[in-house]
Design a protein around this ligand. Structure first.
Ligand code: ADP
Length: 815
């Protein structure tokens, strides 16, 4: 290497000064032994070239410091340049000359002796220091580094001629290597000049290494950036291309333009002015939709979702009109009676007027079917000017019924609450939660928990339906619930609600409602006028007594409608011009009477007692039969009795066994007799503790053979010690007793305060007697004296001794 190097170091001319013309290079630096092509346009340069061409063709080439300087002064030139030989000069177009020069040796400018007509300077050869370091390991290392860096540089610079790389790689001369690379690569003039000016070959190598290093870094960054940009462009182009294809395919299939569809969705979302989070979520779905093939299942699901969500009444509200007088008039116009409910509703309106922001309690109307719970709620919505929507909770067992199914399920839907809101078309409707007491729960989750969240004013401003996913504000919805009974309403729900009880209507009330509300309503609905059809009062009574048996008026309304339909048919058929319906001809319209009035027996019987029961359709008279038969102490209970009722029967038997002597019974009747207790209408399930006294009375009567007054009815729970405990539903029960023609009703002493609620008509006709012990009940009910003596008398004796009628058709005493 050193040999070669030694050989390669050019033989330097005598360091003698020379005066020669100068050519100022702009943006270029020439190195010795380098051939350079360039254009010359400046006058001074052309004149200098002309001058040398006529002589020895030697010219001093030196770079100017500022590339923008068109006419640099002598002091704006570098001091180190190269003396070159002009090889060729050709005139090209536009008054410029193309010059080919070959560098000869490095020279230093000592002095500029003339600036016009061209630069002329005194230059002196400026050889490199022939350092010993050129053979050092350091030099080798530097050269290797530079070769590596240059190789990388060439790799990063596209269109770099291959031979350049090869020449550089095979070069073993540090000076040549530095000049060769510096002369051939793109780099700043300052850097090139710095290398040229540097006299120490090793320092030159270091300089070059630095430049290469930073240049490579910049180039690789550039490459990265370009790669990214290209990737982006490729992706955009690909998407554009695919979308265009998709559009064409959709067009062929006659489908809507998916782009347009997405645009529509986005605009709709913007128009709704949703909360940021909600809008973002929906836009994301639109974006997802835009990436899916338009007829894919998933696109269908998303479309369904967006349609449903965007259809919801976001921010759509009705304005409450609260005018108490008008509201009262409207409620009165549409509903008879219902004083308590109406009053409470007016209070609610008043509070809303004073403090609209207070979200009041949820009202729950509890009462038997057909007493107007639903329809009064509708009237309230009307009087408030709110939309009304009803949501039936009967049979809802699944939480997702309330909250909806996640939209990933095929056929999933929002829950009932959101559906109801959507149906109402406003975000503050009056929502009737019908039949909360029928809410069930099973393994699929507890719907009452979801309902709790709906009703909780702390949480319902951001109700989350599984399907809708985004929160919906329910806090302005006015909820009213209805139920038939409180027993089955989950306790936490019950806690949230204010209960208003609606009781059954009396016969008189039903008559009034039928005549003044339902009849005109149905007449109108059937297109009939008073001139065409007349329904007489006794016909309405007949409907009440013979065609319906209910607490409310739903069936009455149905029967009235049926009556009017039949009448309309007769008129349209031309059979008659006017139809008058009375009690006498009602059978022609409605067929045979379905119910005979509950009638009491025509005589007192042994072992047959009138009980009073409460059912969801009102009160009913329930007769309890007891029979005593020869046997060995079996106890038979029939008539679909529930557990509670069976237990009452056992309690009654135990009580009687304990007091056999008091009632003059055989002391071992429980060993020698079978007892059978039956409650008629055996197919209808019955339960409850309030038949206790009735069963006990029937048993005592059957065992003692003393008949029971046929016009006495009773209700009350019994204890093992013969105490009579209070019961519920007295109002309904007493009404049933009144209907049946009962004269005396025995009630538990503790129920005395409830008498205030009994309908005046009922109170007028019935004698209520309170009892705290079963003895008092027996005293009133039994038509005959019990034997106080024990053992001697057989049951047959007692039967004979008691009322004559008892022996006529006695079912309870074995004959
Ligand atoms: P519920 O919801 O309690 O089962 P509805 O509200 O469905 O009962 O009432 C049944 C029918 O009886 C409706 O047509 C209703 O208008 C009518 N109705 C009930 N109570 C009254 C009343 N007090 N005055 C007028 N109509 C009534």
């Amino acid at each position: 290497m050193s040999e070669f190097q030694d050989k390669k170091i050019p033989e330097l001319p005598e360091p003698q000064q020379d005066k020669m013309p100068m050519l100022v290079l702009r943006g270029l630096v020439l190195f010795p032994q380098m051939v350079l092509h360039f254009d010359v346009g400046r006058d001074k340069s052309i004149l200098a070239l002309n001058q040398v061409m006529s002589g020895d063709r030697k010219i001093f080439l030196v770079a100017q410091k500022n590339i923008r300087d068109d006419d640099p002064r002598a002091d704006a030139l570098y001091k180190v340049g190269v003396v070159a030989q002009v090889k060729q000069i050709v005139k090209s177009q536009g008054g410029t000359w193309r010059v080919l020069v070959e560098g000869m040796y490095r020279a230093k400018l000592l002095e500029v002796v003339g600036e016009t007509p061209y630069f002329e300077g005194v230059v002196v050869p400026f050889p490199l220091k022939n350092s010993r370091n050129l053979k050092s390991a350091m030099c080798d290392a530097l050269m290797r580094t530079i070769k590596d860096l240059f190789e990388e540089y060439c790799y990063l610079t596209p269109r770099m001629p291959r031979e350049l790389v090869v020449n550089a790689l095979v070069s073993e001369d540090p000076i040549h290597l530095a000049e060769y690379i510096a002369g051939n690569m793109q780099m700043e003039v300052e850097d090139k000049q710095a290398i040229l000016s540097q006299s120490d070959p090793l320092k030159r190598l270091e300089l070059l290494a630095n430049v290469l290093e930073s240049e490579n870094e910049i180039l690789s960054l550039e490459a990265d950036i370009q790669e990214k940009v290209k990737g982006q462009i490729d992706k955009n182009q690909r998407e554009y291309y695919l979308r265009e294809q998709l559009k064409a395919i959709s067009g062929e299939l006659g489908e809507d333009d998916p782009q347009e569809e997405n645009q529509d969705y986005s605009e709709k979302i913007k128009k709704l002015k949703l909360e940021e989070e909600t809008a973002q979520k929906l836009l994301k779905e639109v974006d997802k939709l835009s990436r899916l093939p338009s007829n894919s299942n998933e696109a269908g699901v998303i479309r369904g979702y967006l349609d449903t969500v965007l259809d919801l009444p976001w921010n759509k509200k009705t304005v409450d009109k609260i005018d108490l007088k008008k509201a009262k008039a409207l409620l009165d116009k549409e509903h008879y009676g219902m004083v308590k409910v109406k009053e409470r509703m007016l209070e609610l309106l008043a509070v809303r007027k004073l403090a609209p922001e207070i979200k009041g309690q949820i009202i729950c109307l509890v009462g038997p079917p057909g007493v107007g719970k639903t329809s009064i709620a509708r009237s309230i919505a009307k009087s408030l000017g709110r939309k009304y929507v009803r949501l039936s909770l009967g049979g809802v067992r699944d939480e997702s019924d309330i909250r909806g199914h996640r939209k990933t399920y095929i056929g999933s839907m929002p829950g009932r609450i959101i559906n109801a809101v959507k149906l109402s078309g406003s975000s503050n409707p009056l929502m009737l939660l019908d039949e909360v007491d029928k809410l069930g729960s099973d393994y699929r989750g507890d719907p009452s928990a979801a309902l709790l969240e709906v009703l909780d004013s702390e949480q319902n401003h951001a109700f989350r339906d599984h399907f809708i996913e985004v929160p919906f504000d329910l806090s302005d919805v006015l909820f009213i619930a209805t139920a038939n009974t409180l027993d089955t309403i989950p306790a936490p729900l019950l806690d949230r609600m204010e209960i208003i009880h609606l009781s059954s209507y009396t016969r008189e009330e039903k008559f009034q409602i039928g005549r003044t509300y339902l009849l005109p309503k149905q007449m109108k609905r059937h297109g009939l006028t008073a001139a065409k059809v007349k329904v007489s009062d006794d016909a309405i009574y007949a409907l009440l007594d013979n065609y319906t048996r209910e607490a409310g008026v739903r069936n009455l309304e149905r029967e009235l409608a049926s009556l009017l339909r039949k009448a309309a048919k007769r008129i349209v058929a031309g059979e008659t011009k006017k139809v008058v319906i009375t009690n006498d001809n009602i059978v022609e319209f409605l067929g045979p009477r379905k119910f005979k009035p509950e009638q009491i027996q025509s005589y007192d019987e042994v072992g047959l007692v009138n009980g009073l029961a409460w059912t969801t359709v009102g009160g009913e008279m329930l007769q309890v039969e007891a029979a005593v038969l020869d046997g060995n102490g079996k106890i038979e209970l029939t008539g679909s009795l529930g557990d509670v009722m069976k237990e009452s029967a056992h309690a009654a038997i135990s009580y009687i066994r304990a007091h056999w002597d008091k009632y003059g019974l055989e002391h071992d009747f429980y060993k020698t007799r079978d007892v059978h207790i039956h409650v008629p209408e055996g197919a209808v399930p019955k339960d409850g503790p309030s038949a206790g006294v009735t069963i006990c009375t029937a048993l005592v009567s059957a065992l003692s053979g003393v008949p029971v007054h046929r016009d006495v009815a009773m209700t009350g729970e019994i204890t093992l010690r013969g105490r009579v405990l209070p019961i519920g539903g007295l109002k309904e029960k007493s009404m049933a007793a009144y209907r049946a023609g009962i004269k005396t009703v025995v009630i538990p002493a503790e129920n005395e305060p409830d008498l205030a609620e009994i309908d005046p008509v009922v109170r007028e006709h019935i004698d209520f007697i309170t009892a705290d012990k079963i003895d008092s009940v027996l005293n009133i009910a039994l038509a005959g004296k019990l034997r106080q003596s024990v053992g001697q008398l057989t049951l047959d004796d007692i039967a004979v001794e008691s009322s004559e009628k008892a022996t006529q058709t006695n079912t309870s005493i074995p004959q």
